[in-house]
Design a protein around this ligand. Structure first.
Ligand SMILES: [Zn+2]
Length: 108
């Protein structure tokens, strides 16, 4: 999706530049009348906007990819975003924590 937006945006900008050059070259000809400067400006704004949106989306996509690659701190298994351990290791860590609190309570 982001690559499509980027491509479309860059193509629009490219076409606008070509049209602008054509308009400047044939200032007296029919091309200049056919291609209005205000239209070129609008198209250029659209192209820049699409390119910017594509760049932002690409960054967001990269961000989600990094989150998806989140791995267990012990065995490196891919896990859900925000988690530190996989299911098995989370359980063992919780058990260890529980044991520790239990033994400390017993000592008191
Ligand atoms: Zn694990």
């Amino acid at each position: 999706m982001s690559s499509t937006l980027l491509r479309v945006g860059l193509w629009v900008v490219l076409v606008v530049i070509v049209l602008y050059v054509l308009q400047q070259t044939f200032e007296e000809g029919p091309v200049a009348e056919y291609v209005a400067t205000s239209m070129l400006q609008k198209a250029l704004a659209l192209g820049v906007l699409a390119t910017a949106a594509g760049v932002v989306m690409r960054m967001l996509e990269k961000g989600t990819k990094v989150v998806v690659k989140n791995r267990c701190a012990v065995c490196r298994t891919p896990i859900a975003p925000g988690a530190i351990y996989c299911r098995a290791h989370l359980r063992s860590v919780l058990h260890r924590e529980e044991d520790r609190t239990h033994t400390s309570r017993k000592r008191r």
